[in-house]
Design a protein around this ligand. Structure first.
Ligand SMILES: [Zn+2]
Length: 451
């Protein structure tokens, strides 16, 4: 089947950052076959979509998210995650079921598509339930089953003396085996839309020998490793106390610091560690909204840029609007730098598209509108009141667009959202099921009391 998007401003978002003021994008069987300046009146009218007044651009890539954690949305909005991890979150996660994670994943995936996110990189418990949701909703995903160094049934305990992680060899081996089995079985499913990764939780929640085992399994399968890295001060301090190393150094010593690593956060890292990230071509998933909300944590993006580290963007928990995240990233880093020219709209849109694709090892398939790539794209209505007048299309989208401006969202050449309506699932039913699942979670963990 052929679809031609014609007459729009085309933000190709390739390495040269090309844009066409009035172009056409031709899609056949899920792939982009041509991108050009000319309109295509030669093609049948039923195949042509009039995109005049719109921007056609690549779909957004959310490089770090936990769809299932949507169940705790509203319960952990104003907390310092540093303490909550050990006191609360792991114990709560131990009470989840596949059905609850499926409901949350459906809701969060629908919301992601509505926000123009066409690819997510997710790590969570009950990953099969998330895969089922991804399959139904029609988004693209890199999924992994989370691996911890302890049992969720016997989570770490924090005291004035620090954290006792209650590491458990047997529990780790079972979780790694399950994660590998999931990765092998699910990789390439949903007509290739789902690929898999191994997802150790963080540098401090597994012992070094456990990280080595994960690296060996990932190497054997040539899989990506998606994990939290230097997200918290306590993570850096615990790793230093036990090994004398930084978080990046411990990854290097355990064999995980390769170009297949997707490092989420990378906040508490030294300048020399940033150089290591760059030298090994490690992609960093930067989560500015989640980090700032956690008490003003700010990743050293100025060092990433100075050293040429590949930057991608993620929303982490509870938030799905990657465009909001991209916009916030500009404000945050300009405020920090005291420089109105620190990062351009084109820089940050690259983090949200091609940068994400690079970090996921998928830049040959997605991230820009180039012939041969999968047709994951957005049509943004630039004639809306909140967007006119505009001069630079990248700036208009970054500073002023919001989900209601998305006329069309496409994944793999299939229209999944049209004028705000998701076409793949019954969004109202998803909403109802998610509300019931949220109630069930609150009963299970014994907190909450309202929607
Ligand atoms: Zn996370």
């Amino acid at each position: 089947m052929r679809i031609v998007l014609e007459g729009g401003t085309v933000l190709i978002c390739d390495a040269e950052r090309r844009a066409l003021s009035e172009g056409s994008v031709v899609i056949e069987d899920g792939r982009i076959v041509s991108v050009g300046e000319a309109l295509r009146p030669d093609l049948p009218s039923e195949e042509r979509v009039d995109c005049r007044g719109c921007v056609v651009m690549p779909g957004l890539v959310n490089s770090h998210v936990h769809l299932g954690e949507h169940l705790f949305k509203g319960l952990l909005e104003d907390v310092d995650f540093e303490g909550v991890f050990y006191s609360t979150l792991f114990a709560w996660e131990g009470r989840l079921t596949p059905q609850l994670v499926r409901c949350a994943s459906l809701a969060a995936a629908v919301e992601s598509l509505r926000c123009g996110v066409t690819t997510i990189a997710d790590m969570y418990h009950h990953a099969d339930a998330t895969a089922e949701a991804v399959q139904a909703v029609g988004i693209r995903a890199v999924l992994g089953q989370k691996v911890l160094g302890f049992s969720l049934g016997r989570p770490p305990v924090a005291s004035a003396d620090g954290v006792d992680y209650r590491f458990d060899r047997g529990a780790f081996r079972d979780q790694l085996a399950a994660a590998c089995e999931f990765a092998d079985r699910v990789n390439g499913s949903a007509s290739g839309r789902i690929t898999t990764a191994l997802c150790p939780h963080a540098t401090n929640t597994l012992e070094p020998w456990m990280l080595e085992r994960v690296a060996e399994e990932a190497d054997r399968r040539s899989l990506r490793v998606h994990m939290h890295v230097a997200q918290m001060e306590s993570e850096r301090d615990d790793v230093a106390a036990h090994s004398g190393m930084g978080c990046i150094e411990i990854l290097d010593s355990t064999g995980l610091l390769t170009e297949r690593l997707l490092a989420a956060h990378a906040i508490f890292v030294s300048e020399s560690e940033v150089k290591q990230l760059s030298a090994r071509r490690v992609g960093v998933a930067h989560n500015p909204v989640a980090n700032a909300k956690d008490g003003g944590l700010v990743a050293p993006v100025h060092l990433f840029r100075a050293q040429g580290v590949d930057i991608a963007l993620g929303t982490d928990a509870f938030h799905m609007n990657l465009l909001e995240t991209a916009r916030f990233a500009v404000y945050l880093h300009r405020a920090r730098a005291g420089d109105a020219r620190f990062v351009s709209p084109e820089d940050v849109l690259e983090w949200a598209t091609l940068g994400g694709a690079r970090a996921l090892g998928m830049s040959d398939e997605i991230g820009s509108l180039e012939p041969g790539k999968r047709a994951d794209l957005l049509v943004v209505d630039l004639q809306a009141l909140n967007l006119v007048p505009w001069h630079n299309p990248a700036a208009a989208v970054l500073y002023h667009a919001d989900p209601r401006n998305l006329r069309l969202v496409m994944v793999d050449g299939r229209v999944v959202v049209e004028n705000g309506t998701v076409s793949t699932v019954d969004a109202e039913a998803v909403n109802r099921e998610f509300a019931s699942a949220s109630d069930e979670v609150q009963r299970r963990i014994g907190v909450g009391g309202g929607r």
